[in-house]
Design a protein around this ligand. Sequence first.
Ligand code: PXG
Length: 291
Amino acid sequence: MKVHVNGSLVDKKDAKISVFDHGLLYGDGVFEGIRSYNGLIFKLEEHIERLFESAHTITLRIPLTKKQIQKAIVDTLKANKLKSAYIRVVVSRGEGDLGLDPRKCKGNETVIIITDTINFYPKKLYEKGMDIITVPTIRNNCEAVNPQIKSLNYLNNILAKIEATNSGYEEAIMLDHLGYVAECTGDNIFLVKGGELYTPPQCMGSLRGITRDTVLAIARKINMPTHEHVVTRHEVYISDECFLTGTAAEIVPVVKVDGRAIGDAKPGKATKAITREFKKLTKTAGLKYTI
Ligand code: PXG
């Protein structure tokens, strides 16, 4: 496997960075998780845009232009002969000293691009639907560490993931600081009630997921009313359908939440219709490359 490290494609075993990198010492950096489907990189511009927005807020200089990042991603995919892949782009503050001050790292920003095959959730999960719980760890308050910053510090989500897996669940709902439903540990959440689609607003402690935006656009296209609106656990329990969205997971039906059956505890009609449209898009839209 070849990995892009600061402008060079190197073997995985040689892909190394400093132990003084502030990405490691403090989680000081940003990242994106992107996918390619059969030679098409899905929503590449949107992912690169979000990477630059995350970097802007933490005043991190990305030493490449958007076009150069795009080219580096394509070069890495080609070097690994991957037509369908998971792409991880990481930009960290780089090497500094043993203090927080990012100014000490100036000029050392690290760019890493890793492309690999995709670890899917088991197919059965998509057919039968997922059983999830709400966990005690709340999502970061947006005035502390805003969830819109896709930073290298994912402990907030990892704590919630630990709580989920300790209880025997793969994924979990995280509430925001007011007790409303925010999102899951690595996915956004949607409800369907009376033929209309609901998802928590991005300002209340959830990442503005690119799959989330894609699903909202699909719903509008198929004339399904959409609402970005605060959601309580009660509204989740009484919904007709529930599903999660994310680049890696795509669209996963949820059939049970905190022991309550959702609808008839089977993946719903609207979930299936949106998933069909989503799959069509991944087959036809995106930046084309050939290996
Ligand atoms: N919320 C959070 C907290 C995320 O990390 C999403 C929503 C979905 O966003 P996109 O743009 O992908 O639709 C994410 C992104 C993993 C993993 O290993 C998952 C994400 C990121 C990094 C790793 O499961 N999901």
